[in-house]
Design a protein around this ligand. Structure first.
Ligand SMILES: *Cc1c(COP(=O)(O)O)cnc(C)c1O
Length: 437
């Protein structure tokens, strides 16, 4: 498998390089040179395939000889060891639950697949252990921590802003021990990100350590997210449905990017709905044709507070030969915090189902699309990107009372937390990394 950079279509790197570097030196994004369409036979067999089985076929078609078949199969069985069920709420409305992994968010798919791939290549090569540095506003850190926990040859250092993540999110970072270190930064998420960025630019740290990021723009995080779109379609086919609209709660647009990758590989999709909060850069672009990044604003669905989505260049590049196809296939919707609260309430009253604030926005987009297309008979699948228990402050009391905290997350409350407090100061962070703190 070869990849090119969205900034330099002549560049060609092997998969391993894209995996460990995340970004090409020209600051573009990696995309596969060949995105194969799976043959008709695959789509006919699809309803009989399990999630790991179809994941293997998709990954093998994309990665080709980058990872031998047997190793790939084993790695997928290990990484994707939890379900992604499609649950019917009414005749045409389905929720795709992506929160059954260890961190209770869809980022588990990307983080676990990436960590196993890195582990595989490190085993092949031996050499210096890898140091993963990651800043988190909540969900990324948990997925990366639990995804890399116990992976040999890798140490993970997570920076999170003190008091700005929920208790479950914090415990997912601080109760692991082993190869996972949690740093509680006296500052904001932006401070955490700046510290990590500075570390990657520091000559001394790069000499001492083999640093890598677990960034959401890594191609290895995108690929496994394509699996659950195809798996959702397989489940709908078993119920006799074949026309599907996917509503995707979006921030950095990795999730939607993965859906578009699945579509390019042959997944039939009636429409994608790009659902955002007030950070509406992409919906505005889809409406006006002007791409105008802006500073992010804080909302209830804070994992989607992104004003300049890092994956958008990848999506634009996928459609560079036919930009009109992008605006045909993807419709943008943006909703306020008031809309989000109302959607949480309405889904609860109508279905007795609790959605997290990100998921609520996707449901709201599907509701609106349905109203705008009364003649259509597509099934609407909205993606539930996180379990509601990760955002306890958002819900009114009667809704909160109905949230069932999964046992693994509940058990964290009794475990010892280990975090190192640190100032939002690069010299302090560097001293810590060098073991002088
Ligand atoms: C990260 C995240 C998102 C945004 O996903 P993108 O791939 O960045 O668009 C949405 N919902 C939740 C719960 C998240 O953690």
């Amino acid at each position: 498998m070869l990849l090119y950079s969205t900034n330099d279509h002549a560049l060609r790197v092997p998969f391993r390089e894209a995996l460990f570097n995340s970004l090409p030196a020209d600051r573009g994004l990696y995309l596969p040179v060949d995105i194969p369409r799976l043959p008709a036979d695959f789509w006919e067999r699809l309803p009989s395939l399990s999630l790991p089985q179809l994941a293997y076929e998709l990954a093998h078609a994309l990665l080709r000889d980058a990872v031998p078949a047997e190793a790939l199969r084993r790695l997928i069985d290990e990484a994707i060891d939890f379900p992604a069920p499609v649950v019917a709420l009414d005749a045409d409305t389905y929720v795709l639950e992506l929160f059954h992994g260890p961190s209770l968010a869809f980022k588990d798919f990307g983080a676990r697949f990436m960590s196993r791939l890195m582990g595989y290549f490190l085993r092949q090569e031996g050499g210096q252990p890898l140091d993963v540095l990651v800043a988190t506003s909540g969900d990324t850190g948990g997925a990366v921590a639990l995804g890399f926990l116990g992976v040999p040859g890798v140490r993970v250092t997570i920076l999170y802003p003190r008091g700005k993540v929920s208790p479950i999110q914090r415990r997912q970072l601080t109760t692991n021990g082993h190869n996972i270190r949690a740093l509680e930064v006296d500052g904001t998420f932006d401070d955490c990100q700046a510290l990590v960025k500075q570390a990657f630019g520091d000559a001394e740290l790069n000499e001492r350590f083999r640093l890598t990021s677990a960034n959401s723009i890594n191609i290895a995080r995108l690929i496994p997210q394509a699996f659950y779109y195809v798996n959702a379609y397989a489940q709908l086919r078993r119920q006799g449905r074949s026309e599907v609209v996917f509503a995707v709660p979006s921030g950095n647009f990795g999730n939607l990017g993965a859906g578009l990758l699945a579509w390019r590989m042959g997944l039939p999709v009636r429409q994608f709905l790009a659902a955002t909060n007030a950070n509406d850069t992409v919906p505005a672009f889809l409406r006006t044709g002007h791409y105008q990044p802006k500073p992010s604003v804080a909302t209830l669905s804070n994992a989607m507070d992104v004003g300049n989505p890092s994956n958008w260049a990848r999506i634009a590049d996928l459609f560079r030969h036919d930009p009109a196809a992008l605006t045909d296939l993807v419709t943008g919707y943006s909703f306020s915090d008031d809309d989000t609260r109302a959607a949480i309430r309405q889904v609860f009253d109508q279905y007795g189902y609790v959605v997290c604030p990100h998921t609520a926005i996707a449901w709201r987009a599907w509701q609106q699309w349905q109203q705008e297309h009364p003649q259509e008979s597509a099934a609407g699948v909205f993606l539930a990107t996180a379990h509601p228990c990760k955002f306890p402050d958002v819900f009114p009391a009667d809704v909160a009372a109905r949230i069932e905290v999964p046992s693994a997350a509940a058990a964290l409350a009794g475990q010892k937390e280990q975090q190192t407090p640190i100032a939002a100061d690069f010299e302090a962070f560097k001293r810590y990394l060098l073991g002088e703190a």
